[in-house]
Design a protein around this ligand. Sequence first.
Ligand SMILES: Nc1nc2c(c(=O)[nH]1)N[C@H]1C(S)=C(S)[C@@H](COP(=O)(O)O)O[C@H]1N2
Ligand SMILES: [Mo]
Length: 357
Amino acid sequence: MTTDFTLEELQSATRNHGMPLEGLAYATTPLGMHYVLTHFDIPRVDPEAWRLEVDGRVTRALSLSLEELRSRPRVSQPVTLECAGNGRARLEPRPHSQPWLDEAVGTGEWTGTPLGPLLQEAGLLDEAREVLFTGLDRGEQGGIVQRYQRALSAADCLRPEVLLAYEMNGEPLPPQHGFPLRLIVPGWYGMTQVKWLQRITVLDEPFWGYQQNVFYRIAQHEDDPGVQLSRMYPRALMVPPGMPVFETRERLLPPGHHPLQGRAWSGWGSIDRVEVSTDAGQHWQVAALESPTAPHAWQAWSLDWEADEGRHELLCRATDAAGNVQPLVPQWNLKGVANNAVQRLMVQVRREFEPAP
Ligand SMILES: Nc1nc2c(c(=O)[nH]1)N[C@H]1C(S)=C(S)[C@@H](COP(=O)(O)O)O[C@H]1N2
Ligand SMILES: [Mo]
């Protein structure tokens, strides 16, 4: 394993956290196990004083309290979120940012009010093109002092699944997940899901911002315009079988029958196929795949494995309905985003790992 991680990367890795992969066993990720990523500080918000401002190219600007938002039509849906930087730590040379391995994912049951009707109430003017979402958090990144900001096209904002969410798993949003209100855009990478919403501004021109045009792009070098990230590429993950070695997280299990299970998702449609290899990618078997339980939540898969004594490398790979398939090796880009290379797990199978009766 590479060991040249910097103290700055460690600092990010201790502030932010992934979902422990055993959390894949739950269809809805328990509160506290969902991954967390925060660029700046977690704001402390007084819900009594807080208001959401809606302004810009609208007929009437709105200013709404949390109570007013909570009394609007209420929708709940399970949505899988994944950070666009998931997998970054495996790239070489490694782009310096949050060093995720595979675990920057989670599925929350998000409750809130649909964004579209609220924008229609404010009245989008004819020239409305994009909608800018501004968080309360502020800091410097890439030499630019900024609030966390992302924009979406007006058309995407009107999609019925797009929510202003105030609850996660039936509880008010925890501070680290955006209390009191966040945007949920199902299918899109995490950077779109603006937390601690303060303002929604309708724009008549494309937004230029650091988190829109500089960081969250797939580009090969500084001058490469590249492409802006949007929806999540497919990924399958496996619940690590057996028991772990504390230092290496290698898996130990006794020989015999082991049901392998995991979940897979994509922002480009449902998952078509999950394949599993138990011999480092030489042979692949098609796993049993559950139908989607909701349009924007991960799908469960499973495969029975008859494990022989020895060392094995387990891989799993998803293909989505749009035909996107996970690469076997990481694809490098400047910011280390959208790296959906397959998960690999080292397993030692030995009789002595049989649990004592
Ligand atoms: N205001 C604000 N919203 C934000 C961020 C942020 O730093 N500030 N981080 C984004 C990124 S990059 C991700 S991956 C998701 C993480 O959401 P979570 O911490 O609830 O899992 O929030 C997004 N929303
Ligand atoms: Mo992210």
